[in-house]
Ligand binder design. Structure first.
Ligand SMILES: Nc1nc2c(c(=O)[nH]1)N[C@H]1C(S)=C(S)[C@@H](COP(=O)(O)O)O[C@H]1N2
Ligand SMILES: [Mo]
Length: 500
C-alpha cells in the first residue's frame, strides 16, 4: 500500500497534483461527509482537521493492508481510481496517477510475496518458524525474517521518498508569485487605500491584535487538502451565464483594468463567539461591480456562482456585489504582495460584509450569473444559509481567558466589527455590573474591525468581563447565543480571569 500511494503521489506531482489517489480519496471523504461529521471535525480539531483526516486515513489504510492480501490492495486501488474519476476537476490525464498506483501496488505486493515464498520455501514446503534463526536461501547469517523486514522497509522508505517528492513537484508557483509581486510594485494609477492612521490599535501598549494582520498570521479556512498551483500565466476567468456579453479575462487583462486597494476585515461564518477566524489586510484588485456592468447582468440573475480551480463553489447575492458602495473585489494582491498560495493565488474574490463561505472564492476559475434556484453552492448543500451578512460582533483580547493579573487598574481591550456600517459604541461590564462605554480607537472604515479599550479598578478574586458592540446605526449586538451554523454565531463574549 505504501508503494502504491507513494508512486501515485509522485506521478500526480509530475502530471496533475490534484490527481493523487491519496488526496482524491481524502477529498471524497470531505465531500461526502455528513454535515454532523464535518461540524464535529471542525469543532474537535479546528484548523488541524486536514492533518487529522490525512493521518487518520494513513492509519486506516495501514490497518486494512496489514490485515488483508492482494485482493484488498486491488480494491483500494480501484477506490483510488473512482475518487480521482469523480473529482469535480477530473481530466482524463488524471487517471495516470491511480493507474501507476495500482501497478506499483500489485507489482510490489507480488514481489514481496514471491520473496516470502522463496524465503520460507513456499506452500507445501516444511514449515519453519520465522525468525527461528535458521539459515535461509539468501545465505548464511541473514535470517528469513530479516530479509522480509529489510525488503519491506526498503519499499517503505522508497514509498515515503516518492510521496515526499510528489509533494514538492507540481508546485512551481513561487516564480509566478514573485513576478506578480514585482508587477504590483510597478502598477500605476492605483486607487490606494488610505494609510492606516495613528491610534487604530493597542498592540504596542497591550500586546493585543495589530490592525493589519501580517499575511502569515491571516486566518485560513478552506476545504483544499492540497493548495491549487495554477500560475498567473495559466489563469483565466470566464464570466458567463445570464449576461449580455460573455467576458474572458486573462491575468494580463486584469492588470490592465483600474486597480483598487482596500483595507478589509474578513471573517468566517464558523468563527465562534470570541474566536480567532477574523483578520484584516490591504487587498488590491479590480472592481467586481464594474466587470459585471460590462458583462451586462440579465434580470433575474440573483446569484453570482463562482467555482475555484479545485471545484469548490460559492454563491454570492448579485445585488450585494452591484451595490455602488460595496467595493467587492476580484483581488490579486494582499498587503503589498501577490496573494499567498493558501489565500487564493493568483486571483480570489473578496466581498466586504459577507462571510467568506458565500463570497470569498480563492483560486477562482469560473463565474456564472444564475439564480439561487438553479444552483446550490458547496456549503448550502451542507445546511448553511443562502444569505449571510456578517453579524455585529466583538471580542475581548485582553485579559486572556483564565489569565492572572495584578490588582489595581486592569486594562480591558479587544475588537469589534459591523461591516459595512462600522462600530458606533462598545460597552463593557464587570461581574454583571452596569454597562460602561469603552474608548474607541481611530476608525479606518466601516469595512474593518475597530479596537476598543477601557479600565476597571479591581480587587483580588475571580472576575468576569463581558462586552457588546453597537453599530453606527444604533443596532446592538444580540445577547442571544447561536451556534455558527447556519448563518454565524451570536451572543456576548465573556472572559473569566483572576486578580491577585
Ligand atoms: N476555493 C475555496 N475558496 C474559499 C474556501 C474554500 O474552501 N475553497 N473557503 C471560504 C471560506 S469558508 C472562507 S471563511 C474564506 C477564508 O479565506 P482565507 O483562508 O483567505 O482567510 O475563504 C473562502 N474561499
Ligand atoms: Mo468560512
Amino acid at each position: 500500500m505504501g508503494a502504491a500511494l507513494g508512486v501515485g503521489h509522485l506521478v500526480a506531482g509530475l502530471i496533475s497534483p490534484a490527481s493523487s489517489p491519496y488526496l482524491a480519496v481524502g477529498d471524497t471523504v470531505v465531500r461526502f461527509s455528513p454535515e454532523w461529521l464535518t461540524e464535529f471535525a471542525k469543532s474537535a480539531f479546528g484548523t488541524a482537521d486536514k492533518p487529522v483526516l490525512l493521518g487518520g486515513m494513513a492509519v486506516v489504510i495501514a490497518l486494512v493492508a496489514a490485515a488483508a492480501g492482494v485482493t484488498v490492495v486491488g480494491v483500494l486501488g480501484v477506490l483510488g481510481f473512482l475518487a480521482v474519476f469523480f473529482a469535480p476537476t477530473f481530466a482524463p490525464l488524471d487517471l495516470l496517477a491511480p493507474a501507476a498506483s495500482l501497478v506499483a501496488g500489485v507489482v510490489t505486493f507480488r514481489g514481496l510475496h514471491d520473496l516470502a515464498l522463496r524465503t520460507y520455501g513456499g506452500p507445501g514446503a516444511a514449515e519453519t518458524a520465522p525468525g527461528s534463526g535458521e539459515v535461509g536461501p539468501s545465505g548464511p547469517g541473514v535470517s528469513r525474517r530479516g530479509v522480509l523486514i529489510g525488503s519491506s522497509a526498503a519499499v517503505g522508505v522508497g514509498a515515503l521518498a516518492a510521496g515526499t517528492g510528489g509533494s514538492f513537484l507540481g508546485g512551481g508557483i513561487e516564480d509566478s508569485r514573485a513576478q506578480v509581486t514585482a508587477r504590483l510594485a510597478a502598477l500605476r494609477g492605483v486607487d490606494r487605500a488610505p494609510a492606516i492612521p495613528a491610534g487604530t490599535n493597542y498592540a504596542a501598549e497591550l500586546g493585543t491584535t495589530s490592525f493589519i494582520t501580517p499575511n502569515p498570521d491571516f486566518y485560513r479556512i478552506d476545504v483544499a487538502l492540497r493548495i491549487p498551483t495554477r500560475s498567473a500565466a495559466d489563469w483565466s476567468l470566464r464570466i458567463h451565464g445570464m449576461v449580455d456579453n460573455e467576458i474572458a479575462l486573462s491575468f494580463e487583462d486584469l492588470l490592465r483594468r483600474p486597480p483598487v486597494e482596500k483595507t478589509l476585515t474578513m471573517t468566517c461564518v464558523s468563527n465562534e463567539v470570541g474566536g480567532p477566524l477574523i483578520s484584516t489586510a490591504n487587498f488590491i484588485g479590480v472592481s467586481l461591480r464594474d466587470l459585471l456592468l460590462e458583462a451586462g447582468v440579465r434580470t433575474g440573475a440573483d446569484q453570482v456562482f463562482t467555482t475555484s480551480v479545485d471545484g469548490w463553489t460559492a454563491g454570492t447575492p448579485t445585488d450585494v456585489i452591484m451595490e455602488p458602495d460595496r467595493g467587492a473585489l476580484l483581488a490579486f494582491g494582499m498587503n503589498g504582495e501577490a496573494l499567498p498560495p493558501e489565500h487564493g493565488f493568483p486571483v480570489r474574490m473578496v466581498v466586504p460584509g459577507l462571510y467568506g463561505f458565500l463570497s470569498a472564492t480563492k483560486w477562482i476559475a469560473d463565474m456564472e450569473l444564475t439564480t439561487f434556484d438553479a444552483r446550490q453552492s458547496y456549503w448550502l448543500q451542507r445546511g448553511w444559509a443562502e444569505k449571510a451578512p456578517i453579524k455585529t460582533q466583538s471580542r475581548i483580547d485582553s485579559p486572556r481567558s483564565f489569565a492572572t493579573v495584578p490588582a489595581g487598574k486592569v486594562p480591558i481591550a479587544g475588537i469589534a466589527w459591523s461591516q459595512p456600517a462600522g462600530i458606533g459604541m462598545v460597552e463593557v461590564r464587570m461581574d454583571g455590573g452596569p454597562w460602561q462605554a469603552a474608548e474607541l480607537a481611530t476608525e479606518v472604515s466601516g469595512d474593518t474591525w475597530r479596537m476598543w479599550r477601557t479600565e476597571f479598578d479591581l480587587g483580588p478574586g475571580s472576575h468576569t468581563v463581558q462586552v457588546r458592540a453597537t453599530d453606527a446605526n444604533g443596532g446592538t449586538q444580540t445577547e442571544m447565543r447561536a451556534e455558527p451554523i447556519p448563518d454565524g454565531a451570536s451572543g456576548w463574549p465573556a472572559t473569566i480571569f483572576t486578580v491577585t
